[in-house]
Each structure stands twice: as C-alpha cells, then as structure tokens.
Ligand binder design. Structure first.
Ligand code: SAM
Ligand code: DTB
Ligand code: SF4
Length: 355
C-alpha cells in the first residue's frame, strides 16, 4: 500500500490532494507554471517508471536534464554535512549498516556527543560552505528522555547558526516529530532504502510500514521529508523502480531524495557484493529527477568509489546536492578539495543558504 492510499493520511495531505497543484504552491509561497504542474504526477506505476528507467541512456539523460532545468538552477549544488551524534551499537539488523550490533565491524558503540561538540562541527561545516547540517543517531527509534532533549537543543543550536537542520534518528512518534518541529527542525531523513519486497531480505527488525508511519508523522508535523534509498544491495531493477514509485506516489513528493550507492563495509552481510554499475546508478538519479521534479536529489553515499565522470553525469542527470566533508556517518567521503575540483569541473557553484 502506498502512503497516500492509507487511512491515516493527514488532514493537510488530504487538503493538498484535493487542491489544484497551483493553489497548493501558492499557499506554500511558491510559483508554479502550467508546464511544471503537468510534470508533478503522483500516480506512477512500476511499469511507467521502468519504461523511463530503461530508456536509451542519452534519451533518459535528455529528459532528466530538461526536467531539472524546468525546476532548478542549471549549476547549483547544495553542500550538506553529516555528523554522527550517536555512533554504533544499534539494535537493528540493517544488512548494509556498519553500526548494527548484529555484525562485527570496525565501528564500536560510542557515547553520544554533547551539544558543544556538535555546534563546533556545525560551525566548521558552515565555514566550509555547507548550508545543511544533518545529525544521525544509531537508534532504532527515538526514546523520550535526556538523549532526545539533547537532540532538541542540538537542533536549536544548528538553527541559530543559520543552517538548515536535518536529523536521522530512526522511528519517531507523532509527538516527537512535533517537538522536533518546535525546536526548528527543517527536515527528517528516513530512507525507504529499497522496495517493499526486497526490504524483508535486508532488515528483519522492523517493517516497511513502520518506515511509512514515521514519514507520515514527519509530514504531519510540518517537517520536510527526506527519503530515498540504496542501490547495489542485490535488488532487481524492478525493486529500484518500485522504491521510486513509493516515494513518487506520496503527496506531496519528498522534498529531498538521497540516492546512496552501497558502501560495502567489511563485517556486514553485504560486504562481498559487486559494486554498482555506474551507468545503472546514473539511471536511478535521472529517474528520480523525472519522477520528483521539485525534490533535491542527493548524490549521497558511495562517492569515494565513484569516478569523477560518474559523479558529473549524476549532476547532469539532476543530482543537485552532495555530502561535503571527508566523513559521512562512519565511512569516508571525498576530501573537500577533491569536491571543490568536482564542482569546478561541473561549472557548478555551491547553493546559497535558503534559511
Ligand atoms: N538509524 C537511523 C535510520 O536507520 O533511519 C538513522 C541513521 S542510518 C545510518 C541512515 C541511512 O544511512 C540508512 O537508512 C541508509 O540508507 C544509509 N546507510 C547506512 N549504511 C549505509 C551503507 N553502508 N551504504 C549506503 N548507505 C548506507
Ligand atoms: C542518506 O541517505 N545517506 C546518509 C544520510 N542519508 C544520513 C548516510 C550515509 C551513511 C553511509 C554509511 C556510513 O557512513 O555509516
Ligand atoms: Fe541502526 Fe540506522 Fe544502521 Fe539500521 S541503518 S542498523 S537503524 S543505524
């Protein structure tokens, strides 16, 4: 079942789907043109998406580029910085994740960072040119109490620096989402990761529907939705398309769609999988751009193993954000000077702050 066809849909989403797109955009303070409206569909099927995904490569790129230019600046890339505020020891068994306590990896259980450490990292990120700061915790779910209170004050601190604030903390209740919103949180990352069918072979400790319930709580609290997935976990092309369908059937679409290439970490069950085919990865970025024209499509994990040419093709195909700084959460990311060269090669400039 898709998010928009479930009974607990929010009053706000009901209202949006009942409104004409233009009216919704006007209410949100955005202008939209009739041709933009035509591109914003929510009724995608796997067959529709597969037909786009499988287009001859140059045709797919042309179409994605046209969509991108209709909705976004040609050469702007948002720089975001990630920080793991609570690392390792996670009770979930996500087969890709070095932070799961189910697997022997080099990532150990660490204690939670304090607010000062986080704000120093956020200040450094801002000085390097990032405009969005995302705090991650290796939690199955948020528990009310001192750790959550500390996250709330981290969010307030990050906001006071003029950065977009994002968190990824696992499952959330509607009340916790409301408290994050009150603290000023702009976005919540909670990935579908893969298709509903493939999900069961990747994670056994929670369900795909748990994931959708948290995304609903986020949307209903008025926080923007950041949700995407991982390519390269042994899934089929139909699984990849089905994951994009789940996202693109949401009303409104997620504002942010991270597409990760699996980082194959030793000790995890997926460590020995072959790397993702770069052209297939670009296809996912292009398809996400066509399906969710307004979203920020984020070229996320896996860039350290990706050629410069593949990354440039991703940007051409509609990726308009990267994680910036030499660490993701627990694994490496290209150094800032390498990324400055990448942006220069793309003729791209870092996006100015939006808040
Ligand atoms: N514990 C929270 C959760 O799972 O939602 C937040 C942190 S979790 C590390 C955030 C996301 O990172 C995951 O949903 C997954 O998409 C991504 N991720 C984790 N390990 C990865 C890996 N090895 N390669 C690519 N992406 C990964
Ligand atoms: C997302 O989709 N990718 C980021 C962010 N959202 C939180 C996380 C990638 C993590 C890669 C593995 C690691 O560094 O631990
Ligand atoms: Fe835990 Fe998140 Fe890693 Fe899953 S992806 S094991 S929930 S930190």
């Amino acid at each position: 079942m898709t998010q928009s066809s479930e009974p607990h849909r929010s009053a706000r989403n009901e209202a949006i789907s009942g409104l004409k797109r233009e009216a919704f955009d006007a209410a949100e303070g955005r202008e939209s043109t009739p041709s933009q409206d035509a591109a914003l569909r929510h009724d995608w099927t796997v067959a529709d998406v597969r037909a786009i995904h499988d287009l001859p490569f140059f045709e797919l790129l042309d179409r994605a580029r046209r969509t991108h230019l209709q909705f976004h600046g040609a050469s702007e890339v948002q720089l975001c910085t990630l920080l793991s505020v609570k690392t390792g020891g996670c009770p979930e068994d996500c087969a890709y994740c070095p932070q799961s306590s189910h697997y022997e990896t080099s990532v150990g259980k660490e204690k939670m960072l304090d607010e000062k450490q986080v704000l120093e990292a956020a200040e450094r990120a801002k000085a390097e040119g990032s405009t969005r700061f995302c705090m991650g915790a290796a939690w199955r779910e948020v528990k009310d109490g001192p750790a959550f209170d500390r996250v709330l004050s981290m969010v307030r601190g990050v906001k006071s620096l003029g950065l977009e604030a994002c968190c990824t903390l696992g499952m959330l209740s509607p009340d916790q989402a409301k408290r994050l919103k009150e603290a000023g949180l702009d976005a919540y990352n909670h990935n579908l990761d893969t298709s509903r069918d493939a999900y069961r072979s990747i994670i056994s400790t929670r369900t795909f529907d748990d994931r959708l319930a948290t995304l609903r709580a986020v949307r209903e609290a008025g926080i923007t939705v950041c949700s995407g997935g991982i390519v390269g976990m042994g899934e089929s092309i139909d699984d990849r398309c089905a994951m994009l369908v789940e996202l693109a059937r949401m009303t409104p679409h997620p504002e942010s769609v991270p597409i990760n290439a699996l980082v194959r970490v030793e000790g995890t069950p997926l460590a020995a999988l072959p790397p993702v085919d770069p052209v297939d990865f670009v296809r996912m970025i292009a398809t996400a751009r066509i399906l969710m024209p307004r979203a920020m499509v984020r070229l996320s994990a896996g860039r350290k193993e990706m050629s410069r040419e593949t990354q440039l093709l991703c940007m051409y195909a509609g990726a308009n954000s990267i994680f910036y700084g030499d660490r993701l959460l627990t694994t490496g990311n290209p150094d800032c000077d390498i990324d400055r060269d990448l942006l220069a090669a793309a003729g791209a400039k870092p996006m100015a702050p939006s808040v």
